[in-house]
Design a protein around this ligand. Structure first.
Ligand SMILES: Nc1ncnc2c1ncn2[C@@H]1O[C@H](COP(=O)(O)OP(=O)(O)OP(=O)(O)O)[C@@H](O)[C@H]1O
Ligand SMILES: [Mg+2]
Length: 398
């Protein structure tokens, strides 16, 4: 075991510590591995007794303990504190190091965390872990049992170690984001297949139940007409008239089945006017439509139209609303569809848990939104109406 003092005028051991940190960082370990090894190394090579590494969980605004000198490593990922709370939280919030030489409890920033046994340690130094571009990724702390002055050089050495770690932490988190994106792409691919499957099933159903039934009856009437044509021309004419009706009906249903794939109104009128016509076709009393003209790829128009259709169907079926508003607008880099009603509302959290068949209802809308790289949110509460928002990013040039 090497016992240097942190930042002692002994430049050799400082250099050695940094050298070993770099070795760990370049060993290609995962994030937790890196953090834990650095914590071990700091305790091993400096005259401090414990080292804690807290990483920032930015979306939640929390610092999470991720690496610590044993036995405290057992609390990794189990201790969290909000940025701003405790000494580490203060260091994170201010992005500046701090040293407490003794009497921590007198420091207004100090927060006692029983698991970390603050009473066993006297002095501490805490430095922010900051990347080159200046983003905070965590906080590095060292504690000593005995009272100890941390010099400016000590703090500088710790900051250097933290700076080296910052890049590795950022890389590891980028890598896990990349892996997450890759998994999302795979899910999207599955959803595309499922949506295609759903469309095919719908089409098969329509052909089977509507169109082919009519063609069967139609050929039945034609046979009857053929049999009657010599002996009973009037009866034959009647059978032929019935057959004509059925042919017209089958043609109608064929059109409808195809329209189900891409609403023809989109090609005829464009998205904005299609949404207006959709809103008019739904038997709801007050539907206000405010839709701007957009320039979106066909599949995006179809998805937006289908989502609006299902949203309005939901208002009709569930909301008991007096007023409904449908808005299509263009905001920075995105197209925004909003359907709001002043109806009974619902609890989106419990509706989201419902495992609906793919392609229908809220889960289907969600999937269509995800396939567009967009986001769909339902903002609702019982008795407070519902706002459904779809945000679709627009590629530059569109
Ligand atoms: N605008 C709304 N107002 C009130 N409740 C709503 C609204 N939209 C959805 N809901 C609630 O959310 C639930 C889920 O909606 P979803 O569209 O997924 O299913 P559904 O309409 O019941 O069935 P379907 O699969 O035929 O669409 C509904 O059953 C309803 O309780
Ligand atoms: Mg529905």
């Amino acid at each position: 075991m090497i016992h240097s003092r942190l930042g002692l005028a002994d430049a050799d051991s400082d250099a050695q510590l940094l050298h070993r940190v770099i070795e760990i960082l370049s060993a290609g370990l995962d994030l937790d591995g890196v953090v834990q090894r650095v914590a071990d190394l700091i305790t091993e090579t400096t005259s401090t007794d414990v080292c804690f590494v807290h990483l920032l969980d930015e979306p939640r605004g929390l610092l999470q303990l991720r690496g610590a000198t044993p036995p405290f490593d057992q609390f990794a990922r189990r201790i969290e504190l909000p940025v701003g709370d405790g000494v580490s939280g203060w260091v994170a919030a201010h992005c500046e190091p701090t040293v407490i030489t003794d009497n921590k409890r007198a420091d207004p920033r100090y927060l006692y965390i029983p698991e970390l046994r603050g009473e066993d340690f006297t002095s501490m130094a805490s430095v922010p872990i900051i990347t080159r571009p200046g983003d905070l990724v965590g906080v590095l702390n060292v504690h000593t049992r005995d009272r100890r002055e941390f010099t400016k050089a000590d703090v500088e050495l710790l900051s250097t170690v933290a700076g080296l770690m910052a890049g590795a932490i950022e890389n590891a988190s980028l890598q896990s984001k990349l892996a997450e994106r890759e998994a999302a792409m795979e899910r999207f691919a599955e959803q595309i297949v499922l949506l295609g499957e759903t469309e095919r099933r719908r089409l098969a159903g329509e052909i089977h139940d509507g169109i082919s039934q009519r063609i069967v009856s139609l050929s039945f009437h034609l046979s009857a007409a053929a049999d009657a044509v010599a002996a009973d021309p009037a009866g034959a004419a009647e059978q032929i008239a019935r057959a004509q009706e059925l042919a017209a009906g089958a043609l109608d249903e064929t059109r409808q089945a195809i329209a189900g794939l891409r609403p023809p109104v989109l090609d005829d009128l464009g998205l904005a006017a299609s949404l207006e016509s959709l809103a008019r076709s739904i038997p709801l009393p007050n539907v206000a439509v405010d839709a701007v003209t957009t320039d979106l790829p066909e599949h995006a128009e179809t998805a937006i139209y289908r989502i609006a259709q299902e949203a309005l169907q939901n208002v009709l079926k569930h909301a008991r609303a007096e007023h409904v508003q449908l808005r299509l607008s263009v905001v920075a880099g995105a197209v925004l569809l909003e359907i709001s009603d002043d109806g009974v509302g619902f609890d989106p959290a419990s509706a989201a848990g419902r495992a609906g068949p793919v392609g229908y209802g809220l889960p289907g809308m969600q999937q269509r939104a995800e396939l567009l790289g967009g986001q769909l949110t339902a903002d609702s509460a019982r008795g407070r109406g519902t706002v459904l928002r779809l945000r679709v990013p627009v590629a530059p040039g569109h």
